[in-house]
Ligand binder design. Structure first.
Ligand code: NDP
Length: 277
């Protein structure tokens, strides 16, 4: 398809005429415009999807501005997913429970969260042992969304965060199926999920890899580069998975919610794989 990654940053005040956008800061690295562009192209849709830089304190005027300009919907990424909540008129139950939304329809200011459901969609081929706990690393927005989605389908979670108070707060929100792990001990765990950006900084997490069950799956939500967490896991786990498939699935769910059409997942994934090369 010959899609090129555009690393220019466009401020929301300079938004071009378009229909959808991903908002955040930093944002130039986002693969969402390419992925949604590939989906529109393969279905012959005339929509345009762009990336726009928005600071949290500018979010309210930015959303009004984009709605008035004719944008139909936006995705939100760091640091806007929580900041958007008080600005919404309608919030689906799952997003409300997470305290974060990543997908907004602008005509009625409705917000949903497709991170957790998108993550769950990626588990089908991984054959995770459902009787074993999941070790969830991190306690930010994506950890909350994924934690809630995992609890909803019956998993028990151990949550570790570098600040144990944050792990305790998230565990309390997720209820009886979640507990705090004071050490990053993977003994008896079926899947480890890294929901921190540590790999993006080239940092290792203090996982006691020697205690990891060999049939465990290591899953890092980050993508697009060599990931330290997966490098560290490789010798100890059955399978290492990065966040590219989740990026595609959360985007596909957003696409389907906005447009009411089945998302062309194959086209979206091949575009991401091409960009990753
Ligand atoms: P947040 O900022 O909301 O949360 C980050 C969490 O990671 C916090 O618990 C934070 O702890 C912790 N943390 C940050 N830096 C470090 C570090 N160096 N070592 C250990 N813990 C750290 O981010 P998100 O939850 O939105 O995103 C987390 C990751 O997930 C990112 O890599 C992001 O790119 C990825 N992601 C991928 C998606 C996909 O589609 N594949 C979708 C969403 C996110 P503290 O509170 O102490 O700061």
């Amino acid at each position: 398809m010959g899609i090129q990654k555009d690393l220019m940053t466009t401020r929301w005040q300079d938004a071009p005429q378009a229909d959808f956008a991903v908002l955040g800061k930093p944002i130039a690295h986002s693969l969402s415009p390419m992925m949604h562009g590939a989906a529109f192209q393969v279905l012959g849709l005339e929509y345009r999807y762009v990336a726009l830089e928005v600071e949290p304190e500018e979010l309210a005027p930015a959303l009004d501005f984009l709605r008035d300009k004719g944008y139909e919907g936006v995705n939100l990424t760091v640091p806007l997913k929580e900041a958007v909540m008080p600005l919404l008129d309608n919030v689906e139950d799952f997003a409300l429970a997470c305290g974060a939304a990543n997908c907004i329809r602008l005509d009625d200011y409705t917000g949903i969260n497709t991170d957790g459901p998108g993550f769950i969609e990626t588990l089908h081929d991984l054959e995770i042992d459902e009787r074993k706990d999941v070790l969830l690393i991190g306690s930010g927005g994506s950890a909350a969304s994924i934690g809630l989605a995992l609890v909803d389908i019956g998993f028990n979670l151990r949550i570790w965060s570098r600040d144990p108070n944050n792990a305790a707060r998230l565990a309390a929100r997720l209820g009886d199926q979640a507990s705090v792990s004071v050490e990053l001990d993977p003994k008896g765990v079926g899947m480890l999920v890294n929901a921190t950006p540590a790999s993006l900084f080239g940092e290792s997490l203090p996982v006691l890899w020697g205690r990891c069950d060999p049939d465990a799956v290591a899953y890092d939500l980050a993508y697009g580069m060599q990931l330290k967490f997966l490098d560290d896991a490789a010798a100890h786990t059955r399978m290492c998975v990065d966040g590219l498939m989740m990026l595609m699935e959360q985007g596909a769910l957003a696409f389907e919610w906005w447009l009411g059409l089945p998302a062309p997942r194959d086209a979206m994934l091949s575009c991401l794989l091409e960009a990753k090369l």
